[in-house]
Design a protein around this ligand. Structure first.
Ligand SMILES: *Cc1c(COP(=O)(O)O)cnc(C)c1O
Length: 380
């Protein structure tokens, strides 16, 4: 059995090596490293995949959130609602732009934004909501969009972990995650579901004016070279990365299916273990399993806690990760002097109970059996 990894980028590369190598070499041969034809072709192909939304490639997912907030012309002091249990990048750019991140607690089952708490946090200064589709499953967008509509708020979906997941509305229609709000953003960081071999990201929008604006901002605020209409930044997807992404986009659905199959195998083996809670599924969204995250309840005195279980697994050569060990309101960078310590009970409990197990399209049945075997042994 090969060494178990959280993600196995090498095995994936080997399987598509001929296509990737050829794609990279063709960029080298053309030497169109910046804004070459591959970048435009990739954004057209991703747009087609997503059902026709505009796709604006940029340098990474964090930049994509920043560019979205700039394109929406949010002003200093505007409050942006964001889940308290997410990767810090989401809230970081809010603060960086002089806007105020306002944290919202999450659901204990889905790990996504809690709608009741979201409603409670709305003030006259609230201007936008950034729901995060964490671990591969959409937040409850029907409610988010309705609240946004009632209060005239923008919606920027953080789809960094959920590209390829479909959202199902109550009226029976469905659309891809990232295409539901004013903007969706995603990341092509290597470990994401559609990952390149370096950094990359994109904005997604259905609104032509916003697409034009975001494209300008990502390119120094210019539409015409050397004529700068607005303040922007320099955020580009490399041509080489775009060429790699064109190859990998063709496999995205296949990769998603492999992740879902691996999740079913974990579910089946772990669902009846009292000390564990397997990831719950919501009816309104696919789960594309960027992460398979279990919760470990601190049970009786003689059972091991989450951190002890993580160490035991490591002794068996099984990696696991804690996404995320500290909620945003307690991070030094975001903490306010008057911050009440226990203001986000669900997020805080999750930081002590979550454990993400290895999941990726290349994981083998024997690797999963080994993980399941050792995990069961450890939690007993
Ligand atoms: C990865 C990630 C980002 C940032 O993407 P980068 O490309 O690394 O900048 C933002 N939000 C979430 C939820 C992520 O997982």
């Amino acid at each position: 059995m090969d060494k178990i990894q959280m993600v196995d980028l090498y095995t994936q590369y080997v399987k598509i090596k001929d296509e990737v190598d050829q794609a990279v070499f063709s960029v080298l041969e053309s030497s169109a490293f910046i804004n070459g034809p591959e970048v435009k072709l990739f954004s057209e192909e991703l747009s087609k995949y997503l059902g026709g939304s505009y796709v604006i490639p940029c340098a990474n997912g964090t930049d994509a959130i920043q560019i979205a907030l700039m394109a929406l012309e949010l002003q200093r002091g505007d409050e942006i609602l964001v889940p308290n249990f997410t990767y810090a990048a989401t809230a970081e750019v809010i603060a960086l732009l002089g806007l105020s991140p306002v944290f919202v607690d999450v659901e204990p089952g889905s790990f996504n934004i809690n709608i009741e708490d979201l409603k409670r946090k709305i003030t006259n200064n609230t201007k936008a909501i950034i729901p995060v589709h964490l671990y591969g499953q959409c937040a409850e967008m029907e409610s988010v969009l309705q609240i946004a509509n009632e209060h005239q708020l923008f919606v920027v979906e953080d789809t960094a972990q959920s590209l390829g997941a479909k959202y199902r509305f109550l009226n029976g229609t469905s659309s891809y995650a990232g295409t539901l709000g004013d903007f969706g953003i995603t990341s092509f960081f290597p470990s994401k579901n559609l990952g390149c071999y370096g950094d990359g990201g994109a904005l997604i929008t259905n609104k032509e004016e916003l697409a034009i604006k975001a494209r300008m901002i990502a390119n120094h605020g210019q539409k015409k070279k050397y004529y700068h209409d607005i303040i922007g930044c320099n955020s580009r997807l490399d041509s080489i990365q775009a060429a790699i992404l064109r190859v990998k986009l063709k496999y995205l659905d296949q990769y998603t299916k492999a992740r879902q199959k691996a999740a079913e195998i974990y579910d089946y083996a772990l669902k009846d273990i009292p000390a564990l809670r397997i990831p719950s599924r919501v009816t309104f969204s696919d789960h594309v399993f960027n992460q398979y995250t279990i919760q470990i309840q601190n049970g009786s005195e003689n059972s091991l806690n989450r951190d002890q279980i993580k160490s035991k697994l490591a002794e068996y050569g099984i990696p696991s990760m804690i996404y995320y060990p500290l909620p945003l309101h307690l991070q030094k960078a975001f903490r306010k002097p008057d911050q009440e310590e226990n203001a986000f009970p669900v997020s805080q409990a999750l930081t002590h109970s979550v454990l993400s197990l290895p999941i990726h399209p290349e994981i083998t049945l024997s690797q999963q059996e080994f993980i399941i075997d050792k995990l069961c042994l450890t939690v007993k």
